[in-house]
Design a binder for this molecule. Structure first.
Ligand code: PMP
Length: 459
């Protein structure tokens, strides 16, 4: 903490000089920002001394909770020993080598290699470079197209934002999406499923991939990329029919399957990786966030044998990499973090213990008058706010109700996120039952507040 500057000065410095990510810069010039000063366990403390339960694990990333001295200690030790050296030109460093092997131990069979990056966006940029390089090595260079989905989030770099299907991002840059990227519709049953059953709808949306491949020509398609569940898009959990059909289509047309595990990876869904929950086998997985629990920035692409063997045996030079690929301090923190997730059985807890309790408690909101659907897996969940449960009709001015609910929760001590009118939950995997009770109580108050606002009985 910087003791020498008072809060008023810091707020002014921030307002005058800091351009914030994904923020309304015009509005912030007036409103300024809240300063988060410290955190412990699942709680944040701001510069006014207000304590808030972080129901969102930072930004889906602080899986082991805040204030873990073990991570601070290994970072400090590593910085004293070797703060930085690159992994280019035939060198490595001890934590990076150890981390690569540890990741192999916690991934499904057939994943024996990893390429390190500095973030989730860089991981997905690396995916683009890597899958195209793979097809070059296989003497099928025309396989260049990568198919993503509308309302997916894969990052904010040019490639990440292109693979993603966020219209509001594409609208701000005519260069987006970049060449050789295309999108299909998403498996969002609640909003788009109409009269179909979730299973029928899931199958129909997966078959959009087949239609797109046939339209582009399989000889031109390198890969399909998807988040196991769409996180930023609204914790959209696809119907059970979706992923098996996607897997069938990728296999049939010889298209690489990329699982963007930036949110789901390292335990969020109650499995080490989201693809394990949904039962599909990708060729590559992009990761970040939970890999270090956000204590230091780091990401990676975990590469299955099919691709890795070609790159290693036939590929020669791979002309791609980052200054911070395999950063020693980040890698040391990642090793310590993954060992905590493993040794404290946080993945198991998210599946069967506190995660189960969390899901059961949230499910009780399904009958609330302003709730259209509650969906959850592991320790990640969404509540759809809507005006009419039967017809799944949203409130007018979609987004306003989500903001209302989120702001009320925040004023009452809970950080939630709203994507339009979908309330999102992703607490640290270390959250206790008592803390879950607190999260649930504030959520209930927030839903009641929304009901009251619209004059809907919460009887
Ligand atoms: N992929 C997914 C699924 C994400 O949720 C995110 C970030 N929220 C990213 C990629 C991008 O990660 P980063 O912000 O670390 O670049």
């Amino acid at each position: 903490m910087n003791q020498s500057l008072d809060n008023k000065t810091l707020k002014q410095m921030d307002r005058d000089h800091y351009l914030h990510p994904f923020s309304n810069l015009t509005e912030m010039k007036e409103t300024g920002s809240r300063i988060i000063e410290r955190a412990e366990g699942v709680y944040l403390y701001d510069s006014e001394g207000t304590k808030t339960l972080d129901g969102f694990a930072g930004l889906w990333c602080v899986n082991i909770g805040y204030g873990r001295d073990e991570l601070a200690d290994v970072a400090a030790e590593q910085m004293k020993q070797l703060p930085y050296y690159n992994s280019f030109f035939g060198t490595t460093n001890p934590p990076a080598a150890e981390l690569a092997a540890l990741i192999k131990d916690v991934t499904p069979e057939g994943f024996n290699h990893v390429f390190f990056t500095g973030s989730g966006s860089e991981s997905n940029d690396t995916v683009v470079r890597m899958v195209r390089r793979y097809w070059q090595c296989q003497e099928q260079p025309s396989k260049k197209y990568i198919i993503g989905r509308h309302n997916a989030y894969h990052g904010s770099t040019i490639a990440g934002a292109s693979l993603g299907g966020m219209g509001y991002m594409h609208k701000q840059d005519e260069g987006l999406p970049m060449q050789f990227v295309d999108h299909i519709e998403q498996p969002y049953w609640f909003a788009e499923g109409g009269d179909l059953s979730p299973e029928e709808f899931g199958l129909q949306r997966a078959q959009k991939l087949e239609e797109k491949i046939l339209e582009l020509g399989a000889e031109n398609v390198a890969a399909f990329i998807g988040e196991p569940l769409q996180g930023a898009g609204g914790v959209i959990i696809p119907p059970s029919t979706y992923w098996p059909e996607i897997q069938r289509i990728c296999n049939q047309y010889d298209i690489l399957l990329v699982s963007d595990e930036v949110i789901c990876g390292f335990g969020r869904t109650g499995q080490w990786f989201g693809c394990q929950h949904f039962g599909y086998t990708p060729d590559l997985m992009s990761v970040a966030k939970g890999m270090t629990s956000g204590y230091l920035p780091m990401g990676g692409v975990i590469v299955g044998d099919k691709v890795a063997n070609v790159l290693v045996e036939k590929g020669g030079d791979f002309n791609h990499g980052f200054t911070y690929s395999g950063h020693p301090a980040s890698a040391a923190v990642a090793v310590a973090n993954i060992k905590i997730i493993r040794d404290e059985e946080l993945v198991e807890k998210a599946a069967n213990d506190t995660g189960k309790y969390f899901r059961e408690q949230l499910a009780t909101f399904a009958d609330h008058p302003v709730v259209g659907e509650v969906r959850s897996i592991g320790l990640v969940a969404a509540i759809e706010l809507c005006a009419n449960k039967e017809t799944r009709e949203f409130f007018p001015n979609q987004g306003d109700t989500g903001s209302l609910c989120r702001n009320f929760a925040l004023q009452n001590g809970l950080v939630l996120r709203a994507t339009a009118d979908t309330m999102l939950f992703s607490p640290p995997l270390t959250i206790s039952r008592e803390e879950i009770d607190e999260l649930i109580a504030i959520t209930k108050q927030s839903l009641d507040f929304v009901a009251e606002h619209y004059g809907m009985s919460n009887g």
